[in-house]
Design a protein around this ligand. Structure first.
Ligand SMILES: *Cc1c(COP(=O)(O)O)cnc(C)c1O
Length: 360
């Protein structure tokens, strides 16, 4: 067996320990005589898995009691519709557009009400986070929407926008569980798990209870009503059982390794290794305004497309895979999520230095 250093933006690297445990339990989960993939979602064994997962993410994120945790299908993209359908009471909301995912959410919301662009960083290819201290938020807006970490462009909000008292809704797909958060500052936090938490196929929605209502937009499908899912503890229909099980293991792995404080410290150390090198390199450079840099997704370029392609090819051959940048940015992107070991980043930088020497 040989494992590569996987810098994929998602689905992405998972902790090896978790994968090994899952392999050990594949044929017989804790004496049940079956795999978690084969058991009823209404069984006692699975009930314990989902309850444990919820308890552990509550502990990790210090989620207040007046927030529900929902394990849902449809990925983060399904929430682009579910949010306006459930939350647009006045049929109006403000969106901050900092990249493709925020833009997709903004465009989807327009189908259900008046979505207003409060700010955007499209003018400079989304390479920064706009000033959000005094946005044109009006009283009739139901919420303010952000994508907190921009997976494609590699930016992250270091301070949350001033929402002028409106509920903040945040897509945290690519920074989920990467550092401590104050959940009480948000109305809704949600993220697809395949970036930093688990296998694809699920989104986790953390929502303040008063936002779970019956009076949703007319025509909202039963499955997309937060109330349906909350009333049924995410078991209205068959949930993504195996994904919940692996996420639960990742939560336990995080707790065992010091929780989100420790993760933040490690993520900062990892990112610093890469950013410090990018800042000193004459060949590679980061594409993002320094103060807005993400700890999770690090885009960089040489400025020469042929050289970029050569780098990606040679890196792949050396066991550093999925470094090709998103097609809209070009160049490279290293996603260095929680499960990327620090050695992976150190070795990548060593490799980059050698490449720089050989190509300058
Ligand atoms: C990947 C990603 C999405 C889309 O996730 P799906 O689960 O594929 O719908 C949305 N938002 C952000 C920030 C992402 O990184």
């Amino acid at each position: 067996m040989s494992r590569v250093y996987n810098f994929s933006a998602g689905p992405a690297v998972l902790p090896e320990e978790v994968l090994k445990e899952a392999a050990d339990e594949m044929l017989d989960y804790k004496g049940s005589g079956m795999s978690v993939m084969e058991m009823s979602h209404r069984s006692k064994v699975f009930d314990e898995i989902i309850k444990d997962a919820e308890a552990d993410i509550r502990k990790l994120m210090n989620i207040p009691d007046n927030y529900k945790v929902l394990f849902l299908q449809g990925g983060a993209s399904q929430q682009f519709a579910a949010i306006p359908m459930n939350l647009m009471k006045n049929k109006k909301a403000g969106y901050i557009v900092t990249g493709q995912w925020a833009k997709k959410a903004f465009q989807e919301a327009k189908m259900y009400g008046e979505a207003v662009e409060l700010a955007s960083s499209a003018d400079e290819t989304f390479s920064y986070i706009p000033d959000c201290s005094d946005l044109p938020i009006t009283d009739d807006m139901d919420y303010v929407y952000i994508c907190e970490n921009n997976t494609i462009y590699g930016t992250k909000y270091k301070t949350l926008p001033n929402t002028k008292g409106k509920d903040l809704v945040a897509d945290v797909s690519s920074c989920f569980l990467s550092e401590p958060v104050d959940v009480s500052k948000y109305g809704v936090i949600y993220g697809g798990v395949q970036k930093n938490v688990g296998p694809a196929g699920m989104v986790i929605v953390i929502i303040r209870e008063d936002l779970i209502r019956d009076d949703v937009l007319e025509g909202t499908p039963t499955m997309l009503k937060y109330k349906t899912q909350a009333d049924n503890d995410s078991l209205y229909n068959t949930p993504p059982c195996y994904t919940i099980y692996i996420c639960g293991k990742v939560f336990k792995w995080l707790l065992k390794n010091g929780g989100l404080e420790a993760m933040k410290e490690l993520n900062e150390r990892k990112a610093k290794i890469l950013y410090d090198y990018l800042d000193s390199s004459k060949l590679f450079k980061g594409t993002v305004r320094k103060e807005d840099r993400s700890l999770m997704n690090v885009p960089f370029v040489t400025g020469n497309e042929e050289l970029d392609a050569k780098f990606v090819k040679e890196a792949t051959a050396a066991g550093f895979v999925n470094l090709k940048g998103h097609r809209t940015v070009g160049g490279m992107r290293a996603s260095i999520y929680n499960a990327m070991p620090i050695e992976g980043v150190e070795k990548l930088v060593e490799f980059m230095k050698k490449f720089e020497e050989a190509n300058s």
